[in-house]
Design a protein around this ligand. Structure first.
Ligand code: FRU
Length: 485
């Protein structure tokens, strides 16, 4: 059996074991480990989503590409593993993207990560093409080799191609670490997907935006061009906009198509949570730009080893840009899966309150918090006598804090994050997306977002509210029901 066939058999043997424990509308690996989304695209009237995948363990290993398809971004159908690291030029098939070509059908461009016998790492770019399920690698692979790097770049960190087409030319935007350790976004072009030429370095980090970058994306939004970068080794800023470590950045600016230069005008943090990384976007048939990211983290993972999977995707999010800022809202398709909707209003004071039928770990919850007479408002979720996950809104300083100290975590990892919110003085809007082991918080109509995992036992499903004065609260809570295959 080939490496790919072996992995496909293994998936089938283990899948049903994992099914009982999964989140219901957040894609998880068929079995084992998942990190970055890959090849998020449309092909033959469906959304395709691939992902960094190691089926044989619940931790990262030699990378395969897992695969799923969907009609509406909420209900996913699993497809057999798509790529295995089975060529002499690769010990892992690292992240990349997908496109459609009239000649080759569905095209996947990925990084071949190779560690040779003496431990030397090189990264090159490869192409596979297929029919939506089975893929073949080009005999010409690697199509972009390390000799094609401009001077001063490191061959060991040259990865994550974003492929796109403009008129009759293919482009690939690829990140690379330079000799000083900083990220560069390199643009290559090709007419036939096989012969690629270096065009320009469209953006350099030079320590202003973290060190190395990973997983670039670039797309148009109204008049502007938006770039997404997953930055490594960011430094926290005093205003809480940026945090230490891995952080996804957005940059809004202008792209000069003649010179192939990008001039950013504004930038910010895509998601301030403890677990959000390496997102990619796709354009929906109706023109919406939709982003999905990995809910997980390289240095703060808290997944208990007893779970038969590790890693999940975020809820897909519709993007928009207003005044140089990025806004995100869960895709509207989620509404088709609402069930058991309840609406409640209450006056919240200094005694903790639970509202009838406002509870659960699989839900979409919208809240409006109003009033002058309080400074902090606290929401506890995933709560029982032993556990609670705390979301605290500090109205005076306009900060929102997420705290998972009591969320079943047994690791020495970070538990808390704070982000600024732009809420009006007397009204704060919050939306929570819960799906068993994740919490996605959308504040101020999606201007600020925070995504984190919790591994609190599922029986802790209480939700409560309290404040340090008096506040008016209204809540609309939808359960979510998805019959997965
Ligand atoms: C980002 C990343 C990518 C790489 C992949 C390896 O999370 O480090 O840069 O291609 O994961 O799994």
């Amino acid at each position: 059996m080939s490496k790919l066939e072996e992995a496909r058999v293994f998936e089938q043997e283990w899948k049903s074991e994992v099914d009982r424990r999964r989140p219901v509308f957040h894609l998880t690996p068929t079995v084992g480990w998942m990190n970055d989304p890959n090849g998020f695209s449309r092909y033959k009237d469906k959304y395709h989503l691939f992902y960094q995948y190691y089926p044989y363990d619940v931790k990262w290993g030699p990378m395969y590409w897992g695969h799923a398809v969907s009609d509406d971004l909420i209900r996913w159908e699993r497809r057999p593993v798509a790529l295995a690291p089975d060529e002499p030029y690769e010990s892992g098939c690292y992240s990349g993207t997908a496109a459609q070509s009239p000649e080759y059908g569905q095209v996947l461009m990925y990084t071949a990560h190779l560690v040779d016998r003496s431990g030397i790492v090189t990264e090159t770019q490869c192409i596979a093409y297929g029919d939506g399920e089975n893929f073949r690698k080009f005999p010409e692979n690697p199509v972009i080799r390390t000799e094609q790097l401009p001077e001063g770049m490191r061959a060991s960190d040259f990865r994550d191609p974003k492929i796109f087409r403009d008129d009759d030319t293919w482009y690939a935007l690829i990140v690379c670490m330079d000799e000083d350790g900083y990220g560069n976004a390199l643009l290559y072009s090709s007419k036939d997907l096989k012969k690629w030429t270096y065009v320009n370095t469209i953006l350099k980090s030079e320590d202003a935006l973290g060190r190395m970058w990973e997983c670039p994306d670039i797309f148009k939004m109204e008049e502007k061009t938006v770039m997404l970068l997953s930055a490594v080794e960011m430094e926290a800023t005093r205003d809480f906009v940026h945090h230490n470590g891995h952080e996804v950045l957005y940059l809004v600016g202008n792209y000069d198509k003649e010179k192939h230069e990008f001039e950013p005008e504004s930038y910010g943090c895509v998601d301030a949570g403890l677990d959000f990384y390496a997102p990619q976007t796709v354009e929906a048939p109706d023109g919406r730009r939709i982003m999905i990211g990995w809910i997980g983290s390289w240095q703060n993972a808290v997944t208990p080893k007893e779970l038969p999977f590790n890693g999940m995707m975020s809820v897909p999010r519709e993007l928009s840009v207003r005044d140089g800022r990025l806004y995100q809202t869960p895709v509207r398709e989620i509404e088709n899966y609402y069930t058991d909707t309840v609406e409640r209003t209450a006056i919240i004071g200094m005694k903790k309150v639970m509202l009838e039928d406002v509870e659960g770990r699989i839900a979409d919850i919208e809240m409006e918090i109003r009033g002058r007479d309080f400074d902090t408002f606290t929401i506890c979720i995933a709560e029982n006598d032993r556990y609670e996950t705390v979301i605290n809104y500090d109205k005076r300083d306009r900060l929102l804090t997420f705290d998972r100290l009591f969320s079943g975590n047994r690791k020495d990892s970070l538990n808390m994050r704070t982000m600024p919110v732009t809420a009006e003085k007397e009204l704060f809007r919050l939306r929570l997306i819960l799906d068993r082991y994740s919490v996605e918080i959308f504040a101020d109509d999606g201007a600020e977002v925070m995504t984190s995992t919790i591994f609190t036992p599922l029986e802790a499903d209480g939700i409560s509210f309290v404040c340090d004065g008096r506040a008016e609260l209204s809540v609309v809570k939808h359960g979510i029901r998805v019959d997965q295959e």
